[in-house]
Design a protein around this ligand. Structure first.
Ligand code: NAD
Ligand code: DAU
Length: 360
């Protein structure tokens, strides 16, 4: 893939999480990035260095560096800027799970808002008005736009209307990012993406949770009536969209990234039952009988659907993985990576990180 990049040193936050780790792998393996990548991650429950173990083995110490840093700690963030002098920041780190934000919003406020503020401040301080060939790219979500009825789409111009503590914290950080552009001229871009799926996703999210519950023959909990709609995008296609925005996007602009692939939750879970059945030899009805309708998520947004014409027309974006292919790849990944799965499920991955990485 030929996308020219002028950046020499990219600070990626949240690179031990689901999308961040896929993005770092994308940089080295898909677009043959030749500069340095600094992965800044505090390793919360969602951060797993095993997600980038292959990258650390191959590129560690020459092109890839890991810094265990909490972005809520300004001094530590500032020190990373001082050590590496990044010319590009791609900010994935966040508390990302809506249900957790309902049970305990505090970490969402700190990481998503204060953490973003600290990164903006450090960028402003170290770049010091020299904004040529610099970029602060902020990863956001379609959830900031609120909830759709049966028709219509989210556009870049749709007014913000967040409804969960998670989406409110993401909306706040988006506003801060744009405020730094308008006030200080910081060279920012934002992308708002729909639901991602693929390898390395923490199994609290719908797709990996359903796959692993099927493997364990446990109930498949579907919230409410199962008719809520999400627009699904394979994670590598999100990475492609982000890389296009970072290198070709206009400063001060927002770009929507989506799958143009709407599914009700119940149809998606039924589809997963068929795919998993095709691989385990059990019947799809065996898995479908595990579907259990449970109490709805409070304030559950009904429908998300992204219009991503802008990134397609202006930056040449196109999805490359169709949903059947993507789900097959994802199911295969969870069925084959049994050690990753068992370490994540048992909590052993925290010990694995400690012995394999942090003590190296
Ligand atoms: P994730 O929860 O899998 O990973 C988040 C990462 O951030 C983890 O590695 C975690 O350790 C790290 N982190 C959390 N708090 C931190 C802190 N205070 N300091 C440093 N690191 C910290 O999340 P994800 O699903 O990969 O999402 C990445 C980004 O993409 C988020 O900003 C999210 O809002 C956004 N997004 C996600 C989706 C999706 O479907 N998953 C869709 C659109 C946008
Ligand atoms: O739209 C982008 C957002 O997608 C991101 O910003 C978030 O970080 C990401 O977590 C995701 O949010 P959702 O709430 O849409 O994802 P989740 O996987 O939690 O749920 C997807 C849908 O499935 C949602 O309608 C709730 C439903 N659901 C979820 C779980 C975990 C169930 O019915 N049962 C479940 O057990």
């Amino acid at each position: 893939m030929n996308i020219n990049s002028q950046y020499q040193c990219i600070l990626v936050t949240g690179g031990a999480g689901f999308i961040g780790s896929n993005f770092i792998r994308f940089l080295f393996e898909k677009v043959n990035y030749k500069g340095k990548v600094i992965n800044v991650d505090s390793l919360t429950y969602a951060g797993n260095l095993e997600n980038v173990a292959d990258i650390a083995d191959e590129y560690g110490g020459s092109q890839y560096f890991f810094e265990k840093v909490d972005i809520c700690n300004y001094q530590a963030v500032d020190a990373v800027f001082g050590n590496y002098r990044p010319d590009c920041v791609i900010h994935f780190a966040a508390e990302s799970h809506v249900d957790r934000s309902i049970h305990g919003p505090k970490d969402f406020i700190y990481t998503n808002i204060v953490g973003t503020f600290n990164l903006l401040e450090a960028s402003r301080r170290w770049w010091d008005g020299d904004y040529d060939a610099r970029r602060f790219h902020h990863i956001s979500t379609d959830e900031v736009y609120g909830s759709l009825g049966e028709t219509g789409y989210f556009y870049e111009t749709t007014p913000y209307d967040p409804r969960s503590p998670y989406s409110a914290s993401k909306a706040s950080s988006d506003h801060l990012v744009m405020a730094y552009y308008h006030t200080y001229g910081l060279p920012v871009t934002i992308s708002n993406c729909s639901n991602n799926y693929g390898p390395y996703q923490f199994p609290e999210k719908l797709i990996p949770l359903m796959i692993l519950n099927m493997v364990d023959e446990k109930p498949l909990p579907v919230y409410g009536d199962g008719k809520n709609i999400r627009d699904w995008l394979f994670v590598e296609d999100h990475c492609l969209g982000v890389w296009l925005v970072v290198n070709r996007g206009k400063v001060g602009q927002t770009y929507n990234i989506g799958g143009e692939n709407e599914w009700t939750n119940i149809d998606l879970v039924n589809r997963l039952c068929e795919i998993v059945a095709g691989k385990t030899g059990k019947s799809r009805d065996f898995y479908k009988k595990l579907i259990t309708f449970v109490k709805d998520r409070p304030g559950h947004d009904r429908r998300y659907a992204i219009n991503c014409d802008k990134i397609k027309k202006e930056l040449g974006f196109a999805q490359t993985v169709d949903f059947t292919q993507g789900l097959e790849k994802t199911v295969d990944w969870y069925l084959h990576n049994t050690e990753w799965v068992s370490r994540v499920k048992s909590g052993e991955y925290r010990k694995w990180i400690e012995t394999n990485y942090l003590q190296r």
